[in-house]
Design a protein around this ligand. Sequence first.
Ligand SMILES: [Mg+2]
Length: 298
Amino acid sequence: MRTGTPLITDDPRAAEALASIRVLYTDLDGTLVAKGGSVLADADARPSLVVAEAIVALARAGVAVVPVSGRGRLQLRELTQLLGWDGYIAEAGGIIVHGTGLDFEAHMDTGGWPEGTLAADETPFRAINRVGAAEALIEALPGRIEQYAPWQLDREVSLLLRGCLDAAEGQAVLDTLPLPLDFVDNGMLRNYGTLTCRDMPPHAYHVVPRGVSKTRAISLDLAWRGLDRTQAAAIGDSATDLQMADAVGVLALVDNAFGSNGVTNGLEATPRDNVWRTQAERGEGWAEFAGAWLAALR
Ligand SMILES: [Mg+2]
């Protein structure tokens, strides 16, 4: 699938589409940050300014960058402020925030859940726990799924898990529960934790209210900004990131995305003409995308 996906730096059609982009929605883990989580490092986690320089160059050009991540609200608030950005989408699309610090506006998305689904003062995360989603998955798929400690704490919308399975298997278990839920593949991890499966790399999975997604959150955020999808790009490395192509004009995949079965299956199942790839992995691929975008804006 890698060879069937054109390079963002090498396609006149990409340059044309990038010329009208005003906002970039970026995944973090596996995309912007190096192994270990730093932006001051190259794809192999050696000290480097490549990513930081790209972030600064985009800020100088006056375009917006919005992190879209499975991480929680507090994690994203700190990161957004540190990198000089002014909004973020947390919990795999469940929380959309405009502004940073104490001056912000937040929206919690419950997707297609009808009114009255949540008990008084109940968060979607608590409702997902009320129906025992984690327990049902762990019982049905022993050794293949677990709570993703310690990141499963302090959450408001999505239940965060680590596992190695086909997303359809997880979805089949959720479909037996009395709440409409989606099982979302948010990309590869490096550590198996206590999982016993070794036939595929471990992935991060989210259980969210049906309909909640990074894609839907981007559409909501674009409406708030008064922009249309041809003015937005997104970049990522996971199956759920690939679906962001449905909400933006340009979707870029960093090279390591092609190691994920969710991504390659998704590319095969749904051919899209607005997906490009970078040559480099992780943050170096991100900087490559930034360079192509800045060149197109000039
Ligand atoms: Mg990722």
